[in-house]
Design a protein around this ligand. Structure first.
Ligand SMILES: *Cc1c(COP(=O)(O)O)cnc(C)c1O
Length: 240
C-alpha cells in the first residue's frame, strides 16, 4: 500500500526531474554547464514536510518569501532533523523584521533599500555568522512604479551600504521579470547591471533570476540561480 506521503514524494520527484532536465537542456543550448545554475526551490505556502521530501531528493537550496511562515518552517525543519539546507529569503522585507530574518536566513535576496542594511547587519551579528545578501533590482521600465526592487540608478549607493556593513557579504543581484512584458530583454538588462555591481564587489557573482514561467530565458541570459516554486510543488493555494 502507498501512503499519501508516498504519492506526494513521487509527484515532487517527477516534477523535480523534469525541471532539472529543462535546466540541463537550456544550459546545453547556450554552451553553459548545468553546474553553473543553482536550483532554489520556492517552498512558500507548502508545509515543512514538503521541504523534508525535497531535502531527501537532493535539494539543498530552498526559498521563502514571508517572515512568519519562513521562521516557523526553519524551526520545524531544524526540530525534525532536516539538515544541510540553505535558506533563501526572497520576499519583500519590512525593516522592523529584517534583523529577525537575518537570524535564520542564509541568504537574503531581497535587499532593495539602504534602510534594511543596518537591521540585517545587526541580526547577522546576533547570530554570529556573516549573512550573504543580494540586491533586488527592478526590471520595470523606467518611469513605471518600481515595485519589484531598487531602481537601477540607486544600486551603487545600496551596494556601498552593504559593503560598509561588517556582517554582510554582497554576493550579487536578484530580479523578477516585469509583469506582462517579455522576460528576455529584461534579463539581458540585468546582466549589464550585475557587471556594474561586480566592478566594486568581486564576490558579487550571483545572478538570481527566473521563476517557473521564465527560468529558461534567465539561464540564457546568464542566471546563476533560478527560483522555482509551482513547477515543482504545484499550484499554491490562492488565498493568502
Ligand atoms: C514565489 C516566487 C518565486 C517562485 O514562483 P513560481 O512561479 O511558483 O516558480 C520566485 N521568486 C520570487 C521572488 C517569488 O516570490
Amino acid at each position: 500500500m502507498t501512503s499519501p506521503g508516498d504519492a506526494r514524494r513521487q509527484e515532487i520527484a517527477a516534477n523535480l526531474a523534469a525541471v532539472r532536465e529543462r535546466i540541463e537542456t537550456t544550459c546545453a543550448s547556450v554552451g553553459r554547464s548545468p553546474d553553473e545554475v543553482t536550483l532554489v526551490v520556492v517552498t512558500k505556502f507548502f508545509p515543512a514536510s514538503d521541504v523534508a521530501l525535497l531535502a531527501d531528493l537532493g535539494v539543498r537550496h530552498v526559498g521563502e518569501n514571508r517572515h512568519q511562515e519562513a521562521e516557523a518552517k526553519v524551526g520545524r525543519c531544524t526540530a525534525d532533523g532536516v539538515r544541510g539546507l540553505v535558506w533563501h529569503f526572497i520576499g519583500g522585507l519590512q525593516s522592523n523584521k529584517a534583523a529577525a530574518v537575518a537570524r535564520y536566513a542564509d541568504v537574503v535576496e531581497s535587499v532593495d533599500r539602504v534602510k534594511l542594511v543596518r537591521p540585517l547587519d545587526r541580526g547577522a551579528h546576533e547570530r554570529g555568522r556573516d549573512l550573504d545578501v543580494l540586491l533586488q533590482v527592478s526590471l520595470d521600465p523606467p518611469g513605471a512604479s518600481q515595485r519589484n526592487g531598487a531602481a537601477a540608478e540607486d544600486l551603487p549607493k545600496l551596494a556601498d551600504a552593504v559593503l560598509g556593513a561588517e556582517g554582510l557579504r554582497l554576493r550579487g543581484v536578484m530580479a523578477v521579470a516585469p509583469l506582462g512584458r517579455p522576460a528576455l530583454p529584461a534579463f539581458e538588462r540585468l546582466t549589464v547591471l550585475v557587471a556594474s555591481v561586480r566592478a566594486g564587489a568581486p564576490d558579487a557573482d550571483i545572478v538570481s533570476a527566473g521563476m517557473s514561467g521564465d527560468f529558461e530565458d534567465a539561464i540564457r541570459c546568464g542566471a546563476t540561480h533560478v527560483r522555482i516554486g509551482s513547477a515543482i510543488l504545484g499550484n499554491r493555494p490562492q488565498i493568502k
